[in-house]
Structure formats: C-alpha cells, structure tokens
Design a protein around this ligand. Structure first.
Ligand code: SAH
Length: 218
C-alpha cells in the first residue's frame, strides 16, 4: 500500500477548505485527517473521489462518511492521547483509523461480516496496532472493556441506547446521531459526576443502526 504526493495534496486541500474553513480547530483531529490515507478505505474505482466533500458507497448499502462529519464527530469526542474509545459501526474503518491516530486504544464493532473482514485487513496492512475489532451487533456496547473515555456511534439510532451511558467513564463523551431514517440530529452527551449533559451539533444523515437497541432488521 502506498500513499502518493497527489493524494497528500488532496488531503491538504481537504483539511484547509472542508475542515479548517468550517470551524474544525482541534489540532489532533486536523493532524490525523492530514495523515490518514482516506483513499485506501474506498474501492479502487472511487479513490480519486476519496477527498471530495461527500460520503461514498463502500458496499453492502453502507457509506464512508463525508470528511467534515468525521472531523466534527471526532472533535466533539474531545479526545486526548491516553483515551480508550469505543466505536459502533466500523464500516470502511476510516473513522476508526482517525481515532487510532489520536488515542491509545480503539475498540470497534461491525455487524456486517464482509465489511468487518475488509476493515480488519486494512488495519493490519496499515499497521494500526491499537485497534481491537469485533464482529457483532454493537448496540449493547462492549461491557467487558468499559468504561470508555469516549463512545462514537456512526449509524443513526431511533433513540438513545441508555446503557451506553453506563459504559462511559465519569467525564466521558458520547456522540450519536438520533432521529428517523431520513434525517437525524447529532447529539453530544457527557457523563458528569451526577447526571448527563447534552448538546446538539445539528442535523445529519446516516445509514441505520440496526440491532437490538437500534432499528429492527427489515
Ligand atoms: N465510520 C464508518 C461509517 C460506516 S456506515 C465509515 O466512515 O466508514 C455505518 C456502519 O455501521 C455500517 O458499516 C453498518 O453496517 C454499521 N452498523 C449498523 N448497525 C450496527 C450495529 N448494531 N452494530 C455494529 N455496526 C453496525
């Protein structure tokens, strides 16, 4: 696997225009997005579009999120390098790789086997040794490895899976899109010593979170 100057330049432009230009200021996030080769996370036919300002199909009717959304969610997680992070919805593995470039350990769960296998192969090839993958319905979280400093859900949920809060450390952050199947609101929750604080980051559109505490399989 090789990176090229052409893609490096496209990443620089992506970071300037799509991210800094729209209010992403977290230097860890900007640095990760400058360095992680997003084109490896899409099929060869789509590589030249990998740094465009839009999501792309990754097979199995799923998508790799638009770069800005990846940056916005990562920034909202308020990450620091010793953090342990849980991701629900590995998909292409791109968001996972961004997290792994910033924090010490990332746990990621994917429910579609082909995507799980592909992403795991990519993490090996790109030498991400701090990513733990799991093939299952992630809606119940990963209790054995909890508490997490941050949890990110990269598929749209019909409502908040409340038990995810209990898998957060005190001070931990959860970022999750909640809404109907057509549009959702990106929500940032923080587990405080007492209770939970909540903030809306605006509208978004994700594929469905399917599982026991998500949408039912149709
Ligand atoms: N972060 C990914 C987003 C992929 S789309 C990327 O940028 O590529 C969302 C992913 O969530 C899909 O791969 C879908 O299969 C997965 N997903 C949906 N419901 C899930 C569940 N209950 N558990 C684990 N993964 C789930």
């Amino acid at each position: 696997m090789y990176d090229t100057l052409k893609y490096r330049r496209q990443r620089e432009e992506m970071v300037e225009k799509q991210l800094k230009g729209r209010g992403i200021t977290d230097t860890n996030v900007l640095g990760a997005m400058l360095n992680v080769p997003r084109h490896f996370f899409v099929s060869e036919a789509l590589m030249d579009q990998a740094y465009g300002d839009f999501p792309l199909p990754i097979g199995e009717q799923q998508t790799i999120s638009q770069p800005f959304i990846v940056a916005e969610m990562s920034q909202a997680l308020q990450l620091s390098k010793d953090d342990r992070v849980l991701e629900l919805g590995t998909g292409s593995g791109y968001q996972t790789a961004i997290l792994a470039a910033i924090v010490s350990r990332v746990y990621t769960i994917e429910r579609i086997h082909t995507l799980f296998v592909k992403a795991r192969g990519l993490f090996d090839a790109l030498k991400y040794h701090n990513i733990l993958t799991r093939y299952s319905d992630g809606t119940s979280g990963w209790k054995a490895e909890s508490p997490f400093d941050a949890i990110i859900v990269t598929a749209g949920a019909p409502q908040l899976p409340e038990h995810l809060i209990s898998q957060l450390a005190i001070g931990g952050r959860l970022v999750i899109p909640i809404g109907d199947i057509h549009s959702q609101e990106l929500i940032q929750l923080k587990r405080e010593k007492q209770g939970v604080s909540k903030k809306s980051l605006g509208g978004c559109r994700f594929v469905k979170l399917v599982g026991e505490y998500g949408w039912k399989e149709s």
